[in-house]
Write a protein that binds this ligand. Sequence first.
Ligand SMILES: Cc1ncc(COP(=O)(O)O)c(C=O)c1O
Length: 353
Amino acid sequence: MSTPTIPVTKTTHSNLANFNMNEIAFGKHFTDHMLVADYEDGEWKNVAIKPFSPIALDPSSAVLHYGQTIFEGIKAFKNDKGEFVIFRPDQNLIRFNVSAARMEMPQVPEWLFIEGMKQLINVESGWIPTTPDSSLYIRPFMIATDPYLGVRPSLTYKFMIILGPSGPYFSAPMKILIEQKYTRATPGGVGFAKNGGNYGASLHPVELAKKKGFDQILWTDANEHKYVEEVGVMNVMFVIDGKVITPSLERGTVLKGVTRDSSIILLREMGYEVEERNLSVEEIIDAHKKGVFQEIFGVGTAAVVSMIKQLAHGDYLMDFDPENMPIANALKLALHEIRMGRKADKHGWMVKI
Ligand SMILES: Cc1ncc(COP(=O)(O)O)c(C=O)c1O
């Protein structure tokens, strides 16, 4: 289907002039407009860009009871050439539709997801922060809207895109606890999907870890808590004896991160060996005892590359110097340079708006 021009209703009271682009708190501020679309009778309709506002939902809406909801997180930037670019939104569309299929929700076509996002960003171009390392965070999501309390897939849905300016995301090096009781995802479950319930279920164990003085959890497999999976809401990478190792996707319990995929490609291009495989806590501790556990970092859209300064397994503490993580730092710089247009985008990752 060719891309329809989406009707735009402009706000009469923009918040842009009053917004301080130098004081941006992630996730708290949204732009003036949003994209909305309804799924009814097997098709997407009522697609529109309108002033950002609360939405009315019937209290019996399926999403409020059974969690039929999925989302994505993407960033747009103003690069050094002054162009507005989005990082690999095609990958987020693929993942969104993988999540939709798992949650028995309808597929969202490219014209609605990608073109809708571009048209919305065009309307909001004044909201893209230009301060170094800032971006415009893009949050597409879909919710089940049937006013019905029976447990079955909804017949109606709402797809929306909202945008929020995002400041330079400095993530302080983290202290991480290896989780030995709770589980984020199980084989056969929904860990590979970006559905809301995964995140709700993670809150309690993360709060328990915070009470013990940690910033986040290193999730381990559901059966034995033996193999590592993800760190908080990021994919995780280890450098052991010069090799980069990241948990494989095959059990369906690790989200297929766009940053993870991009990192694997870039690290291999830089000449590093990257292994996607099961990595046990035992192997990690053994490597630490031998002095060959060199780096550990998280990768994800929000913070891109996040250094980890301490990893704990019960009382056994493994400490790292974030300044002395050459691979993590080189990866961070490479991703940044591609986004800013300083380095050739040979894979065509940057999509111009
Ligand atoms: C559970 C989880 N893992 C990993 C990631 C990193 O994925 P991406 O690089 O696509 O942001 C995210 C964030 O989207 C996430 O929510």
